[in-house]
Each structure stands twice: as structure tokens, then as C-alpha cells.
Design a protein around this ligand. Structure first.
Ligand SMILES: [Cu+2]
Length: 433
């Protein structure tokens, strides 16, 4: 049965729809401001406040939520991404502006010392309702990708949005861990959450929500549901959801995916374009010989099944294989930058030095490999609307990265939306800031 709340939540005016498609284009164009390094807050002392806020979903719904705020700012979904360095002594002070006790747990961090706690026997020392304060201190001993979340009334408080990411950087630049085998050119956060808006509506109305009947209707990457995932970080119309999720790279570069399962449901996160290789799980590198072998024990896969509470680090790299032409634009005799098989003239995958135009690749490679439309660039050639500068100006290859649970590609049953973003493989030489 559809209630008035359903109708209100699903209401999207025609104007809003038009606005969204225009903004989608704008988002693609301003994609040039996307971060090649994860956006977050660095340091060793962090002041977080648990407070109320409102988030906007990709279909226009506005939903009441609880989130962690940074330095008195707005409540955020997800909470502020805390970025620290290996060995740092980290202090997080939590102030509670909510009407029930709140806490933070730091899975994967040892010996967290709590001061000022009003613990009622929950998982972590709590900040009391309406103004309570508690401080957590720990040493970030192990590099990796982690999450933090409320340890109080977790079935409700995680649903309401009280969770965030913690990144511990190793003592080496542009690596996920201390081993050079974890080196990357770009890194992106994929913080996976889902939301049942009826629970939020009940909490906002001061009612007791029915958590036993929970059924998610929105699915988010970095706090946003598609197509809002495409927008750049910090766009002014999403003040409580400051983190975008659009990823960019160049052919043959390494992309570090920091994937966090932060909700209460499991999500299968699927990369198109090429397999990724898992290098770590739960902040621990997958190595056969600790300290010696590097991240050699990860598997290559195209869907990462992320359970609640888990984190994964994976490296994704697109080699431009099987296009039938050389993505690197080499002349004969140039050094080959791609994979071994693509650089081997005897290999059926040899593309090195092949010029444009080309003979079409085999159908199987068109299906599973890169998109080919008669030119090496996406889209068709033809007249664009007046004032339109052109689509895909950089000539990138777009791959959808998304949840492979089809329902999660919707905003309240309307496709497309939800846990969906894009990876853009930019042409060699196009700057990625
Ligand atoms: Cu797909």
C-alpha cells in the first residue's frame, strides 16, 4: 500500500527532472575538477559533532538524517573522511547534539582509549544526549582503508548515517601500504550505504521506527545516489553530501579503489572495463610472505562483494586492450607501455603501433572490450544543439561502475540511479588534477 509519505518521497516534478539532466551535463563538464586524491580532512586532531541534517537523493527526495559534522559544520553523509599517517597518535573528540547517546568505534584500530565517556554498556564510550562529549585516542599503526561508525544503538544509528571513512597512509607517497606493489596513480573512495527513508521519516516525526521491517529504497556511493554521484566534490546544492564519486584515470595507470561496506546490507560492486585486483581486506595487505612478497595474494575479479563492516583495497588498471588501435598513439618503434601481450607482435592482442583508422576488432572484443563507434571517441558525429560545446570533449572512455544488485541501481524503484557512478579513462595527456 502506498502511503502519503511514499507519494511525497517519490514526488519529482518535471522541472526538477529537467534540472537534473542539465546538471548531469554540467557535472560531466566540471568533472575536470574531480580529485585524483581522496577528498577528506587531514591532521591528527578531529572535532566531530553528531547532529541532524537533510540529504538529497538523485530523484529529488529530501531525507532527514543523522551525521557526523566536522568543526561545527553541517552533518555529513558519509561522515568526514579522516586522513592520517601511519604511526600518528589520533584524537577524535565527539560532541553529541542528538537526543540519544552516540559513540564512535574504530574497527581495525587497537587500544582505543576513551575519556569522558558515559558508557551504558555499549560497544564504545558514549557521548551523552544533548551536549555530551567524549574523546577517543589511538595510534594508527597499520596503513589501510577503514571505517568508523557509531557503536550505540547501531541498527538505527548506522541507518541514520553515523558512519565515515578513515584512511591511514603509509610512510611512502602514492602507495596504499608500505609495499611498492600497492603503488597507484589515482585513488578513489567508494563508500557504500543504503537507506530506508521510512525509518528516517518516523525518527523525524518523533515516532519509534520499525527496524524489523527495514527495506532500503536508496543506495549511495559516498553519500550520494546516482546521478548525483557524477557531480564534483563540494557542489553547493549538496551541502550535507560533499563527496563525489566520479573516477578518472589514463590508460595503463593504476587506480586505487578504497571500498567500504558501511551500511547494514551487502553490496556487489562491479567495475566495467577491466578486472581489478584485490590487494587488501579490512586494512591488511594480502601477502603470502609477510613483509616480503608484496600484495601477491589478491584475486583478480570484476565484482567485489562487500559485506557490512568490510573494507577492500583494489587496484584497477585499463590497458586499452583489443581496441584494434594503439590508445597510446605510438609510432612504429616507440617503447610499448601496455601489457606484455599487447606489446608482443606475436600475440593476438597486439595493438602496439596500430594507426587510426583501423579494421574493426572482433565482435567479442567490441562486447567485452572498449566501446567503438566508428571513431575512437564515444558518441556519434552530428550537429549539436546551439551553445553546446560538445560531448566528451576529452575523448575519454566511460565505464559504468555500479552495484550489481539491479534493484540498487534505482532511486525508489526508478531506474537509473542508486549505487552507480562512472570511471572515465581519459586520453593520454589529458590532465587529471
Ligand atoms: Cu553493468
Amino acid at each position: 500500500m502506498k502511503t502519503a509519505t511514499d507519494t511525497a518521497l517519490r514526488h519529482v516534478s518535471a522541472l526538477r527532472r529537467i534540472g537534473i539532466s542539465i546538471l548531469m551535463l554540467a557535472g560531466l563538464l566540471i568533472g575536470g575538477t574531480a580529485q585524483a586524491v581522496i577528498t577528506g580532512t587531514t591532521g591528527v586532531n578531529f572535532n566531530l559533532t553528531a547532529k541532524e541534517g537533510y540529504v538529497s537523493m538523485g530523484d529529488g527526495a529530501t531525507i532527514y538524517m543523522w551525521g557526523y559534522a566536522l568543526n561545527g559544520g553541517p552533518a555529513q553523509l558519509p561522515g568526514p573522511t579522516l586522513i592520517v599517517n601511519e604511526g600518528d597518535v589520533v584524537t577524535v573528540t565527539l560532541t553529541n547534539d542528538l537526543a540519544e547517546a552516540v559513540s564512535i568505534t574504530f574497527p581495525g584500530q587497537a587500544d582505543v582509549v576513551t575519556t569522558g565517556a558515559d558508557s551504558q554498556g555499549y560497544l564504545a564510550g558514549e557521548a551523552a544526549a544533548s551536549g555530551g562529549e567524549v574523546t577517543y585516542t589511538f595510534t594508527a599503526s597499520n596503513p589501510g582503508t577503514y571505517q568508523y561508525h557509531s557503536g550505540s544503538n547501531v541498527a538505527l544509528q548506522i541507518e541514520m548515517g553515523l558512519a565515515g571513512a578513515l584512511v591511514v597512509r603509509p610512510n611512502a607517497m602514492n602507495q596504499a601500504y608500505d609495499s611498492p606493489s600497492t603503488a597507484f596513480h589515482q585513488e578513489y573512495l567508494f563508500f557504500l550505504q543504503e537507506m530506508d527513508p521510512h525509518i528516517h521519516t518516523a525518527v523525524e516525526a518523533g515516532e519509534t521506527p520499525d527496524l524489523t521491517n527495514r527495506q532500503a529504497q536508496y543506495w549511495m556511493i559516498n553519500g550520494r545516489s546516482g546521478p548525483d554521484t557524477f557531480f564534483a566534490d563540494g557542489v553547493p546544492w549538496l551541502p550535507n553530501q560533499p563527496y563525489g564519486a566520479m573516477a578518472r584515470t589514463h590508460p595503463n595507470e593504476k587506480v586505487l579503489m578504497r571500498v567500504v561496506g558501511a551500511g547494514l546490507d551487502l553490496h556487489p560492486f562491479h567495475t566495467h572495463g577491466q578486472n581489478f585486483r584485490v590487494i587488501a581486506r579490512d586494512g591488511r595487505m594480502r601477502e603470502t610472505i609477510p613483509g616480503l612478497s608484496g600484495a601477491d595474494a589478491g584475486i583478480s575479479d570484476f565484482t567485489l562483494t562487500v559485506a557490512p563492516g568490510q573494507t577492500y583495497d583494489a587496484i584497477w588498471s585499463w590497458e586499452g586492450k583489443n581496441l584494434g588501435w594503439d590508445i597510446f598513439g605510438h609510432a612504429p618503434g616507440d617503447p610499448c607501455e601496455a601489457s606484455a601481450e599487447e606489446c608482443d607482435p606475436a600475440s593476438p592482442y597486439y595493438d602496439h603501433g596500430k594507426p587510426i583508422p583501423v579494421t574493426l576488432p572482433e565482435q567479442q572484443f567490441l562486447t567485452f572490450g572498449g566501446f567503438w563507434s566508428g571513431s575512437p571517441f564515444l558518441g556519434q558525429e552530428g550537429a549539436l544543439p546551439p551553445g553546446e560545446g560538445g560531448l566528451n570533449l576529452d575523448g575519454g572512455f566511460f565505464y559504468m561502475w555500479h552495484s550489481h544488485a539491479e534493484e540498487e541501481l534505482c532511486n525508489y524503484d526508478i531506474f537509473p540511479g542508486g549505487m552507480m557512478t562512472m570511471m572515465i579513462v581519459e586520453a593520454p595527456g589529458v590532465p587529471i588534477p
